[in-house]
Design a protein around this ligand. Structure first.
Ligand SMILES: Cc1cc2nc3c(=O)[nH]c(=O)nc-3n(C[C@H](O)[C@H](O)[C@H](O)COP(=O)(O)OP(=O)(O)OC[C@H]3O[C@@H](n4cnc5c(N)ncnc54)[C@H](O)[C@@H]3O)c2cc1C
Ligand code: HEM
Length: 402
């Protein structure tokens, strides 16, 4: 049981951890993958190479150690991580492996500081956090299984539609092989693709935001082909190998980023590039919602007309509903783009000219896209004084603060 003296001991090691930086989590992952190579089938190794996952883990551990007296302040972060973990089918027994490598890392990187008291205190603190995750993840797995049309673990789906939406983005629609219903989801949530295939070095899990409103029969995702610096493993597999009629394993919908607004709250959806997928699900859902009284603005930025997915679809929804509005930015329009009506602005998304129209006390903002896009939107909205609880965002990779 974690006691005040343990908390004090853990917190006394904070300066040491801070100075070790992500060397700590990099060492941790290196030794874990060396001794437990089976976990390479669980983690996304591209996120290890980019360093994003070691940074996310390091920040989480530091934040937890700082708030050991009151872990409730971390409830949002804990929910996000628990949701993420269930998208990788993390199991309770794997916590002991991670705990073992975490303590060994402290011992190996800081042999002088790693006294028996320090190791005992960190061991207890880790167990407390592990129990929080294990408990919440069990609830998420149970909820996904117990909901109508839901399931536990993987379920076999068949690709029933493959539609090119732009030069880089293709949509994939999946229906379950068992022919039964599928669970609903909250617009903004994702499903996870679980793939073992000879073209992949190891088993992979990848999250993809659902790009349409729930329909109870099938799920649609829309995937960008990742080409640089090397072809992305799963996106390439989906684009080039998976054909209509082929089967694939999916995990149930999950995620803590979803539309949650009152009928009278104006909504601004902002996306950059393939970040449009959760926004489309939200936009389609809002378009179908009867009784809405407030406007919805969909702001999207992309490179040019060839990369502008779902342009006609969005324009069609707006033409039929006076409460729906859309504005589009092309960063570098092509000569062929000038003639059409698919964009209004050139360059990066600058919200200033729209401020009077879109910003109000009750407006809720949802945004998703590449990191520099998200940082720019966040900066602009914070400069308007928008409160944090009205800013909702999703990153297509390990979490980072904006
Ligand atoms: C919540 C969530 C929702 C998402 N929703 C969507 C969505 O709706 N649509 C969508 O398209 N994506 C979405 N993503 C991203 C998606 O999960 C994948 O990360 C994406 O498809 C790339 O996966 P991949 O296997 O193709 O690429 P990976 O093989 O994982 O590679 C990722 C990137 O790293 C680069 N890379 C790989 N190896 C190396 C190396 N050795 N050196 C340097 N660079 C390297 C690749 O070139 C590529 O650009 C989402 C992610 C999350 C977390
Ligand atoms: C108390 C212990 C743990 C902490 C503090 C922790 C923390 C985190 C954090 C901060 C993230 C990133 C979340 C995000 O992107 O929003 C993450 C993702 C992840 N965690 Fe954990 N985790 C713990 C235990 C585990 C265990 C036991 C496993 C299983 C071996 C695991 C596997 C993963 C995987 C596979 C991801 C996704 C990685 C990716 O996107 O590349 N974690 N975890």
């Amino acid at each position: 049981m974690l006691q005040a003296r343990h908390i004090e001991t853990v917190q006394s090691t904070l300066p040491l951890l801070e100075s070790a930086g992500t060397a700590l989590t990099e060492h941790f992952y290196a030794r874990m993958f060396r001794d437990n190579p089976e976990l390479k089938d669980v983690f996304n190794l591209a996120h290890q190479k980019s360093g994003a996952q070691p940074v996310a883990l390091f920040n989480a551990i530091l934040a937890y150690a700082r708030h050991l007296n009151n872990p409730a302040v971390l409830s949002q972060a804990i929910e996000r991580i628990a949701q993420k973990h269930t998208g990788f089918l993390i199991r309770p027994e794997q916590y002991a492996i991670v705990g073992h490598h975490l303590l060994a890392t402290i011992r190996e990187l800081a042999p002088d500081a790693a006294t028996p008291e320090v190791l005992e205190a960190w061991g207890l603190a880790y167990q407390q956090l592990a129990q929080i995750f294990i408990g919440r993840e069990a609830e998420i797995y149970d909820q996904a299984a117990d909901t109508a049309g839901g399931w536990r673990g993987t379920r076999r789906f068949r690709l029933i539609g493959k539609t090119q939406e732009s030069e880089l983005i293709t949509s994939f629609e999946f229906a379950p092989v068992d022919g039964k219903a599928v669970s609903t989801f909250k617009p903004g949530q994702y499903i996870t693709v679980s793939i073992s295939h000879p073209s992949l070095e190891q088993h992979e899990f990848r999250q993809y935001s659902l790009s349409d409103a729930p329909n109870g029969r099938s799920y649609r995702i829309s995937v960008k082909r990742e080409d640089t610096p090397v072809p992305g493993q799963v996106s390439s597999y989906l684009h080039t190998q998976l054909q209509v009629g082929d089967e694939i394993d999916l995990l149930p919908p999950a995620g803590d980023f979803f539309l949650n607004v009152e009928h009278e709250a104006p909504v601004v959806l902002l996306s950059g590039g393939v970040g449009l997928t959760p926004m489309l699900s939200m936009f389609n859902n809002l378009a179908q919602t009867t009784g809405r009284q407030a406007p919805v603005y969909y702001l999207h930025g992309c490179e040019n007309g060839r990369q502008h997915a779902f342009a006609e679809h969005v324009a069609g929804l707006c033409a039929n509903d006076a409460l729906l509005h859309s504005f589009t930015w092309y960063q570098a329009p092509l000569a062929t783009d000038i003639a059409d009506q698919d964009y209004q602005n050139t360059g990066l998304m600058d919200l200033a000219p729209l401020r009077a129209a879109i910003n109000g006390d009750k407006t809720e903002y949802y945004f998703c896209g590449p990191l520099p896009f998200m940082q720019s939107i966040h900066r602009q909205l914070k400069a308007w004084g928008v409160a944090d609880n009205r800013l909702h965002y999703e990153l297509f990779g390990p979490h980072q603060s904006l």
